[in-house]
Design a protein around this ligand. Structure first.
Ligand SMILES: Nc1ncnc2c1ncn2[C@@H]1O[C@H](COP(=O)(O)OP(=O)(O)OP(=O)(O)O)[C@@H](O)[C@H]1O
Length: 501
C-alpha cells in the first residue's frame, strides 16, 4: 500500500500538469478563434455535436416523404391510410371531416393533422409517428409532406422487414374494402388533387347498351386487373386506354361511372385546358395513385394542338372575314400560356412516362372522334375504342326497365318503331321516362317528344335552308356589283355553282 502511494504523482505535479493543459487549450482556442471565421466554427461545432448525438443516441428516425423519385410515394400513402386506425389516447389532436354530400349525418372520418403525434405498438415495439410539412420550394407547385417515424435504433431492421410491410398490407386491405370511392379534381391554386366522395349509382346493370358490348367491356376489365404478371412479362406498363366516342347524351360519362363502380377505382377527372404546360402535366399525373381511372373528357378540344388548330381554322371555315387580329391574339395567348401539347400527353399514354404507376385505366371521351389527331388513334395508343350511339329499341327497353320497372307495355311497339326511324339519345329517353311513375303517362310523354322533335327539326332545317338561300342571293348581288373581296372565294358558302348563276 505504501509502495502504491509512492508511485502516485504528487498533488503539485497534478496541478502543474492541469495548469499547462488548460494554458495550452486556451492558446489553441485563441489561435483557432483568430484563424477560423465564426460561421465556420459554429458549423464545425454543430457537426461534432450531431455526430456524437447520433453515435451515442439510442433513437432512430425514418423519413417518408409524399413523393419518391418523381412519383407518388406508395409507402407514404399506405401510412396515411393506416395511421388513422391507430389513433389512441396518446393522440392529442385529430383532423375530422366528411366529403360525403349524400350522407351529411354520417360520422366524420379521422385524419392525421400536421405535427400531431400518433403512437403505435407493433409486436411489442413502440413507434412514434408525426406528420410534418415542408415549405414549398421556390417555383415549386406543391408543399412537401412527410411522415417522421421515431423508434429505438435496434428496431431498424424490424421496421424494414416486418413493420412497413405490415402497414402496406393493412392499408391495401382497407382500400380494397372501402365503401366509398373518390373523385378527384385538380386544384390549380393549391397545386394538388382535391377529392370528394363519388357515389354515382350507374352500374353495367343500369347502362342501356348492347349486351354483347357490355359483356366485352366487363371481360376486358376483368382480364386487365388479373394480368399484372402478363404486362410485366411483355414489357408493357400495366395500363389500359379506352376512347369513348359518340354524340352528346349517349352515356359516355355514365359508362365511366359504371367502370369505376365495377372496379372500385377512384376517378381523377382532369381538365386539360387548366394545365399550364407539359411539365405541370407530368407533376399532376405522377401524383395520382394506383388502381385509379384517369378521365380526360372532350379530348378533341383539350390539347394546345387541337385548340390552336380549331381556333385558327374556324373563322375561315365559317366564312368570316379575317383581319388578322384574331391570329395575333392567338399567337400571343399561346406564347404566354403554352398549355399541354399532344406529345406531352402521348408521353404519358405509351411513352417513357407511361411506366409510372400500376393498374391504371385511362379514359378519353369525345363527341367528335374524327377531329382527333391520328397520333392519338394509332393502334396501341387507346387500346379499346367504344362507340356510344343513339338509342336503339333494346336500349329503350333497358331504360324502361330501369326507370319504370316494366318489361312490357302496349306502347312499347309504338316507341320502338319511332326510335328506329328517328335519332334520339338515351339521355332524351331517360329524361322523359323519369317524368312520371305511371308508365302510361311517361311513355306517352316520350312519344309526344319524339314526334315534336321531328317537327321542330324539319322546321329548323327549312329555316336554315331559307337563311342559306338568302345569304347566297346577297353574295351573288355583291359579286355582280364587283364589291366582293378576294378572300370570299374561299368561303364555304360560295360554291362554284353560285358563281356561275
Ligand atoms: N346508355 C345510357 N344508359 C343509361 N343512361 C344513359 C345512357 N346514356 C345517357 N343516359 C342518361 O343520360 C344522362 C346523360 O348521359 P351522359 O352524361 O352519360 O352522356 P354523355 O355521352 O357523357 O354526354 P356528353 O357527351 O354531353 O358529356 C345520364 O345522366 C344518364 O342518366
Amino acid at each position: 500500500m505504501a509502495s502504491l502511494l509512492k508511485e502516485l504523482p504528487s498533488m503539485t505535479t497534478i496541478l502543474s500538469v492541469y495548469a499547462s493543459l488548460s494554458g495550452l487549450s486556451m492558446l489553441i482556442r485563441t489561435i483557432l478563434n483568430e484563424m477560423i471565421p465564426r460561421g465556420m466554427r459554429d458549423y464545425i461545432a454543430t457537426k461534432f455535436s450531431d455526430f456524437f448525438a447520433a453515435y451515442f443516441s439510442s433513437e432512430f428516425t425514418f423519413i417518408i416523404e409524399d413523393r419518391w423519385q418523381a412519383v407518388e410515394n406508395e409507402t407514404f400513402r399506405a401510412v396515411e391510410v393506416y395511421l388513422p386506425t391507430k389513433i389512441g389516447p396518446s393522440t392529442k389532436s385529430l383532423l375530422l371531416g366528411t366529403s360525403d354530400t349524400n350522407n351529411i349525418t354520417a360520422p366524420p372520418k379521422p385524419g392525421i393533422p400536421i405535427d400531431a403525434k400518433v403512437i403505435d405498438v407493433f409486436q411489442g415495439m413502440h413507434f412514434e409517428w408525426k406528420l410534418c410539412e415542408k415549405e414549398a420550394k421556390k417555383y415549386s407547385y406543391r408543399q412537401k409532406r412527410y411522415f417522421q417515424l421515431n423508434c429505438k435504433k435496434n428496431y431498424r431492421e424490424h421496421v424494414m422487414q416486418s413493420y412497413l410491410p405490415h402497414i402496406s398490407k393493412t392499408a391495401a386491405s382497407i382500400l380494397n374494402k372501402r365503401e366509398t370511392l373518390n373523385i378527384y379534381t385538380y386544384d390549380n391554386e393549391d397545386s394538388m388533387w382535391e377529392s370528394t366522395v363519388f357515389k354515382h349509382p350507374a352500374t353495367f346493370e343500369t347502362l342501356a347498351m348492347d349486351p354483347d358490348l357490355k359483356k366485352f367491356i366487363t371481360e376486358d376489365l376483368d382480364l386487365f386487373v388479373q394480368r399484372k404478371e402478363y404486362f410485366r412479362s411483355v414489357g408493357r406498363a400495366w395500363k389500359r386506354g379506352y376512347l369513348l366516342h359518340g354524340p352528346p347524351g349517349t352515356g359516355k360519362s355514365t359508362l365511366v361511372a359504371a367502370i369505376a363502380n365495377y372496379l372500385r377505382f377512384n376517378i381523377y377527372d382532369l381538365q386539360l385546358q387548366a394545365v399550364r404546360n407539359d411539365s405541370q402535366l407530368r407533376t399532376i399525373l405522377t401524383s395520382t395513385t394506383n388502381r385509379s381511372i384517369l378521365l380526360i373528357e372532350d379530348i378533341d378540344c383539350s390539347t394546345k394542338y387541337s385548340r390552336s388548330r380549331n381556333q385558327t381554322r374556324n373563322p375561315k371555315e365559317d366564312g368570316e372575314e379575317d383581319d388578322g387580329d384574331d391570329d395575333d391574339q392567338l399567337d400571343k395567348k399561346i406564347s404566354f400560356d403554352p398549355g399541354v401539347t399532344l406529345s406531352g400527353l402521348l408521353n404519358f399514354i405509351d411513352g417513357l412516362w407511361s411506366s409510372c404507376g400500376d393498374e391504371r385505366i385511362i379514359i378519353f371521351t369525345t363527341n367528335y372522334k374524327e377531329k382527333l389527331d391520328p397520333a392519338l388513334l394509332r393502334p396501341g395508343r387507346m387500346d379499346v375504342h367504344i362507340y356510344m350511339g343513339h338509342c336503339t329499341p333494346a336500349a329503350f327497353k333497358k331504360l324502361a326497365s330501369t326507370y319504370l320497372g316494366i318489361k312490357e307495355h302496349v306502347l312499347f311497339k309504338c316507341v320502338e318503331d319511332l326510335i328506329q326511324s328517328r335519332v334520339i339519345t338515351p339521355a332524351e329517353v331517360a329524361q322523359h321516362l323519369m317524368k312520371c311513375d305511371n308508365p302510361q303517362v311517361a311513355l306517352q310523354s316520350l312519344i309526344e317528344f319524339i314526334n315534336m322533335k321531328e317537327t321542330t327539326e324539319m322546321m329548323d332545317n327549312g329555316a336554315k335552308k331559307e337563311d342559306e338561300e338568302e345569304v347566297i342571293k346577297e353574295e351573288v348581288v355583291k359579286c355582280r356589283t364587283g364589291s366582293m373581296k378576294q378572300d370570299v372565294k374561299q368561303s364555304k358558302i360560295l360554291t362554284t355553282s353560285i358563281y356561275l348563276t
